[in-house]
Design a protein. Structure first.
Length: 257
């Protein structure tokens, strides 16, 4: 039987989501505790990779087991007692056997957080950046992301993408006092794409680039034109959307993002 797991994690202490042979990873920790609890080798498949130091407030993974899990809440409790404090399982849900955490996702959302003052409690979960930013100019630039589908300019060098085509449906900055938060949604993202976009938009906010300059960078499809990527600690995977009929085949509903 196949089960989806809804979870969240702070990525500070991990070399990304993907299992590593010589470094801690979120996938590795989940497989360790699931295998121990279910008393069989369990492989976990995630909705996508997150890089070293990147967080997830909403993440979905799936696993298969021959066991029928009658008490999903109880399993969550036991897994959370075994997992490190920076990984939390929010729910486990029975799904159709062909359901896939990665390939069935129709939209993903990332959120990037910047704080313009010293915040001791957010050192690992926000970019502490003390330059005043023009949020209005950044939003005029961000809207250009919806005009294009080729994001080669924000692709990571030598990442071996089969395609750099992505369809961005939402890109917006919001400011609340010292905090500036960027939210972007698309059907897929390239590796390092959000951090590269964010870093370049920050240059717009500083007045180093204009919104039209930002549009020209996208249109050029030249990754050498993008500015330095924003640091990992401010980035969160914050949402994953699935078709509504993927959950609840056996009567237990998942809270859809």
């Amino acid at each position: 039987m196949r089960y989806f797991m809804l979870l969240s994690y702070r990525g500070t202490n991990y070399h990304g989501w993907q299992r590593q042979s010589n470094a801690p990873s979120v996938q590795g920790e989940l497989e360790r505790v699931l295998s121990a609890r279910l008393r069989s080798d369990v492989e976990v498949t995630g909705a996508g990779r997150t890089d070293t130091g990147v967080h997830a407030s909403y993440y979905v993974a799936h696993f298969d087991t021959d066991m029928v899990i009658d008490d999903c809440d109880g399993l969550c409790y036991h897994l959370n007692s075994m997992l490190p404090r920076d990984i939390a399982v929010r729910g486990i849900y029975s799904v159709a056997n062909e359901a896939h955490a990665r390939f069935d996702a129709t939209e993903r959302e990332y959120t990037y957080r910047i704080v313009s003052r010293k915040e001791p409690f957010c050192v690992e979960t926000a970019w502490q950046y003390y330059v005043r930013l023009d949020i209005e100019a950044m939003n005029r630039a961000a809207v250009h992301l919806l005009e294009f589908d080729d994001f080669t300019s924000f692709a990571k060098l030598n990442s071996n993408n089969k395609t750099n085509i992505c369809h961005v449906s939402h890109a917006e900055w919001r400011s609340d006092g010292a905090w500036s938060v960027f939210t972007i949604r698309a059907d897929r993202f390239l590796r390092n794409m959000v951090r590269a976009i964010t870093g370049t938009l920050v240059e717009v906010g500083r007045g180093k680039l204009s919104p039209d300059d930002f549009r020209d960078i996208i249109a050029a499809r030249d990754l050498s034109l993008a500015c330095s990527s924003a640091p990992a600690q401010g980035l969160f995977l914050s949402g994953i959307k699935y078709p509504e009929n993927i959950f609840n085949p056996n009567g237990n509903e998942c809270p859809l993002w």
